[in-house]
Design a binder for this molecule. Structure first.
Ligand code: 0X9
Ligand code: ZN
Length: 325
């Protein structure tokens, strides 16, 4: 009991309303994301800390939110998430900020979700993201310089150091949307995530948040028909998360499956690195719901709805991790 009390000591007993009733009715630029995170950390220092996990090519911080009722003391399993590593997939960051907001502001009502510790990077590609606001809305890559060309950027989800060399659905051409980079982990954004995945003890679940298409995808996806010892468990946990979404909104149906067979094979992606490189047995790529121009430009009026739908899936994921580890 004493332990239980200590665990929950940081949870506020009621909603502290007013100051931080946030409206997820527009897409936050990088500065607003930064302010949002630090305001929460200022108000709830016992629950959330924000630190920089490194810097992007252009020098922006890769903010990492750590949410724990026990000060990240190693007593609980950890869920690691990153979002918006693809610049144009704006709903990925917003829905993840919504999760952070819920976990912190409504901690008192969500003990089952705070039975795990959370490590969340809501904006994994700030340079590309800003460029997708001011330059090219359909920008996907990072903004790093390439040798011998003015074309910028690497596809960070082709740059991870697991089966990078396989080169399936990737490109060696710096001007390509799918450029895999000059070598694996050339991108500082990819280095920062990889380092955390390699060195943080007790990560039991990895989620890469992308858009779009309504999928929960699991490894391996670097080629077709790559066996995964944990496949049956990955499928059943994914089914559980997808079922929660459909209960919440019967009109929404997420497809759960192996990433190569359900979507397409692609090597050097973060989910495969988490599973194969960092030995995290539960890893998924979440493809959120699309809308607007080419699917990536979801209408701002739908941010909250899509965020609420994936939130119930995250709740199932957290309960599973708490039950299992
Ligand atoms: O192609 C990607 O990187 C992801 N789709 S997206 O439309 N967001 O670009 C899917 C990656 C799935 N994982 C693997 N194939 N390993
Ligand atoms: Zn993506």
């Amino acid at each position: 009991m004493a332990r239980e009390q200590a665990r929950n000591a940081a949870i506020p007993s009621r909603k502290i309303s007013g100051r931080h009733s946030v409206a997820f009715d527009h897409y936050f630029r990088f500065d607003e994301i930064t302010n949002f995170l630090f305001e929460l950390a200022k108000e709830f220092p016992q629950l959330i800390t924000v630190e920089s996990a490194g810097k992007s090519s252009e020098g922006r911080d890769l903010w990492l939110a750590k949410i724990s009722t026990t000060g990240f003391d190693g007593s609980k399993p950890v869920i690691f998430m990153d979002a918006n590593i693809h610049a144009r997939e704006w709903i990925a960051c917003m829905s993840t900020l919504n999760l952070i907001h819920e976990l912190v502001e409504h901690a008192y009502a969500l003990p089952e979700m705070l039975a795990v510790d959370w490590m969340i990077m809501p904006m994994a590609n700030p340079d590309g993201y800003e460029y997708s606001h001011v330059g090219d809305r359909m920008w996907r890559k990072t903004m790093s310089k390439n040798v011998g060309t003015t074309c910028l950027g690497t596809d960070p989800n082709r740059n991870f150091a697991y089966k990078w060399e396989t080169g399936i659905s990737t490109s060696d051409a710096p001007c390509s949307l799918l450029f895999r980079g000059p070598h694996a982990e050339s991108e500082p954004e990819v280095q920062a995530i990889s380092h955390l995945l390699r060195t943080t003890p007790n990560i039991k679940l990895y989620l890469a948040v992308h858009s779009y298409g309504d999928y929960l995808l699991f490894p391996f996806g670097y080629d077709y028909n790559i066996p995964n010892d944990n496949e049956a468990n990955l499928q059943s946990l994914g089914n559980r998360a997808a079922a929660a979404i459909s209960r919440f909104n019967p009109a929404r149906s997420y497809t759960v499956g192996n990433s190569a067979s359900a979507l397409y094979p692609a090597s050097g992606a973060s989910d495969d690195f988490a599973a194969g490189g960092a030995q995290i047995h539960y890893a998924y790529t979440v493809e959120l719901s699309g809308g607007g121009n080419q699917g990536f430009d979801l209408e701002p009026s739908k941010i909250q709805q899509v965020s609420n739908e994936i939130f119930v899936a995250y709740r199932e994921y957290a309960m599973f991790v708490a039950e299992t580890f």
